[in-house]
Design a protein around this ligand. Structure first.
Ligand code: UDP
Length: 385
């Protein structure tokens, strides 16, 4: 029987956890099963990242029901529950705030300890399913890896015990440090059309995928208006749902905006590093841009990564309100190109800190089924006699 199970399910999970998975594969101090929840399943949202980052393929892949969020979540819970009937891990590890982390309900039903990487991030935007998911899993977890002290404090404010939360730094820093050479040499993964654009002139990059932006016609229209304001060439690797919504709402991007299907990580980072700035509603892309020294326009009302505003690497554009002018956002982002900031996300050792702690907990029998009196919250005032 393997010591732990790790359940991941979407593109940025593979990227962010790639070093953790490699470190775990290369040690005999702990054994693990890598389980793919099946949330992302197409070649360019999944397999390309395993190949490019040399990540071991999953040991188990769930066959989940596709469809709406409720179908995906219930199917992840069911598959996780059934898998755990036969696999009694010491603990099960999740990352982030997606439908996949709701599989933790099944782990709780088995009374198996839960580990959450990327814990205690908060946007304090209660419209977002992600905010509710991350709050839920944090409150079910026996070990939380929080990237920054400020995130830990957010968890403490909610009553989560100090003993549960360990601050590690953000593993995306590790991934960028380790793969920078590959990003620099990734031009040959790009299409001829994109290579031509980037070798002739300066360019911008764009990604948009969030529910609250693409399922709302007015918000997506605001984003299209903003992007259409620039005359610079824009490369826009666009997720499939975003593509279909742009078509459904009959929104038109200008001819200097080049839309393509999602691309691989190395070539995406090649572009991000070289672009003047990026338009994005992605949590990970604004972190990556900040680390690479590329300004971003964050297409969101709220963020769980306020550090990018603190260090002034990012400009906020709220798509949920009607704007009557757009140029000032572009000017601000352009002006950030001449400034320098210190990235606030950690020292590049997060993955090894997480793996060392998992080994330590596993070898010291710290992952145990709960017994009376165990509680991952501060309960000093409870159970009065
Ligand atoms: N990314 C990529 N190809 C693309 C667009 C993004 O490899 O065409 C990477 C990007 O560098 C980042 C991650 O995918 O690491 C972001 O994924 P996404 O925006 O879907 O998720 P979020 O970070 O918002 O959860």
């Amino acid at each position: 029987m393997k010591d732990i199970g790790i359940i991941l399910g979407i593109r940025p999970d593979v990227i962010r956890a790639s070093k953790i998975l490699n470190l775990l594969s290369n040690t005999s101090d702990i054994s693990f099963d890598f389980i793919w929840s099946g949330q992302h399943y197409s070649e360019n949202m999944k397999d390309v990242f395993f190949e490019q980052l040399n990540v071991p393929k999953p040991d188990v892949e769930f066959e989940i029901e596709k469809g709406n969020d409720a179908q995906i979540v219930s199917s992840v819970i069911k598959n996780t529950y059934n898998h755990l009937e036969k696999n009694k891990y010491k603990a099960v590890v999740f990352l982030g705030d997606t439908n996949t982390v709701m599989g933790s309900i099944a782990v709780a039903q088995h009374n198996i300890p839960i580990v959450h990487i990327e814990g205690c991030m908060r946007s304090y935007d209660w419209r977002m399913p992600e905010e509710k998911y991350r709050t839920t899993i944090d409150h079910l977890s026996d070990r939380i890896y929080a990237y920054l002290d400020s995130y830990k404090q957010q968890g403490l404010n909610e009553g989560i015990s100090d003993k549960v939360i360990k601050v590690t730094g953000n593993p995306i820093v590790d991934i960028i440090n380790e793969n920078n050479n590959l990003f620099q040499n990734a031009e040959n993964y790009l299409s001829e059309e994109i290579v031509k654009i980037i070798s002739n002139e300066s360019f911008l990059l764009a990604t948009v995928h969030r529910r609250e932006n693409i399922l709302d016609k007015n918000s997506l229209n605001q984003i299209v208006n903003l992007i259409n304001q620039t005359e610079t060439q824009v490369i826009f690797p666009m997720g499939y749902t975003t593509q279909s919504k742009i078509e459904e709402y009959n929104l038109k991007l200008n001819s200097n905006v080049h839309v393509c299907d999602p691309i691989g990580y190395l070539e995406f980072m090649h572009l991000l590093d070289r672009s003047n700035y990026v338009f994005s509603d992605s949590g990970t892309v604004v972190e990556e841009a900040c680390i690479l020294g590329t300004p971003s326009i964050q297409l969101r009302f709220s963020t769980e990564r306020p550090e990018v505003y603190d260090v002034k690497s990012s400009v906020k554009f709220d798509p949920s309100i009607e704007h009557n002018e757009y140029q000032s956002f572009l000017n601000k982002a352009q002006s950030l190109m001449d400034t320098k900031w210190k990235q606030p996300f950690g020292d590049g050792n997060a993955s090894s800190k997480i793996v060392e702690d998992l080994i330590h907990l596993s070898q010291n029998d710290a992952f145990k089924k709960h017994k009376p009196g165990d509680y991952p919250f501060d309960i000093s005032n409870s159970f009065k006699e």
